[in-house]
Design a protein. Structure first.
Length: 269
């Protein structure tokens, strides 16, 4: 039984000027501990799929089953904790008026999680975040620090399925590698499933067990391993990325492995 089963999703956006049908027949499954990639050009509806799965918007029609239970908009009870999303712009998930510590306290109160400040500091150390980060506002954090904070906040809820909506596309190469390898390590440790939305076939080939391409509102499963990345610039970029960053967070280590390396990079000089 699949962890997530999506059948025949349809979604149309309407404005005063026109009607845009972005999903006409989107169907796929995600198994426990699996990473599924959804590729497609900008504006094709990739993010719409992720937002429907996480209960942020309503589909026009179609069925979504999670743990063999049909999901309805908006998500309720345990589903809100177990199905999470990481956005391309992590700042949208943090209240700009709150220090980072206040943001974590808010999520703990909302989900009735009990955690002392010492326990929170110990927990965040595995994500390369420390006392000085807790005292800052989101605007005072780098893109990599903010995205690692978002990963930490999502993982605090012990999710079973996370939609990764291009979570590293706005980061520099080093920060991108840190976040991706951290997500890989966390998946091995927790057996969490990922629905990875991206425009990069090279990254999808590396991270995903199966890949779907969204075109004309329909999903088709792509052959794997890929013949794509055929353009020399794409192939060179993918190889360079993994060759130059493989040491940052070793793939064979557990989720806590990033701590020492990120401690050196994150703490003030």
């Amino acid at each position: 039984m699949a962890l997530l089963e999506v059948v025949s999703l349809r979604k149309t956006y309407r404005t005063s000027m026109r009607r845009v049908e972005v999903l006409t027949d989107a169907s796929f499954t995600v198994e426990a501990g699996e990473t599924i990639g959804i590729l497609g050009p900008s504006g094709s509806g990739k993010s719409t799929i992720g937002q429907i799965v996480t209960g942020l918007i309503r589909a026009d029609s179609g069925t979504i089953r999670y743990r063999n239970e049909e999901l309805h908009y908006p998500l309720r009870s345990y589903q809100r904790k177990e199905i999470q999303i990481l956005f391309q712009h992590p700042e949208v998930s943090f209240n700009p008026k709150y220090r980072l510590e206040q943001g974590f306290q808010e999520i703990c109160r909302h989900y009735d999680l009990r955690m002392t400040r010492r326990e929170l500091l110990d927990y965040l150390a595995d994500f390369g975040l420390y006392r000085e980060h807790l005292e800052r506002h989101p605007i005072q954090l780098s893109g990599g620090e903010l995205q690692r904070a978002m990963v930490a906040r999502v993982m605090l809820l012990d999710p079973k399925l996370i939609v990764l909506d291009e979570p590293t596309s706005m980061l520099d190469t080093i920060s991108q590698a840190q976040v991706l390898r951290m997500l890989e390590a966390l998946q091995r440790q927790r057996q969490v499933s990922y629905l990875y939305i991206t425009h990069s076939r090279c990254l999808a080939d590396h991270l995903c067990q199966r890949i779907y391409y969204l075109d004309g509102g329909q999903l088709r499963e792509e052959p794997f391993p890929a013949e794509i990345c055929h353009q020399s610039s794409q192939k060179k970029e993918g190889r360079k990325f993994y060759h130059e960053t493989h040491h940052i967070i070793p793939a064979e280590h557990g989720a806590a492995a990033p701590a020492d390396r990120l401690r050196r990079e994150s703490q003030p000089k």
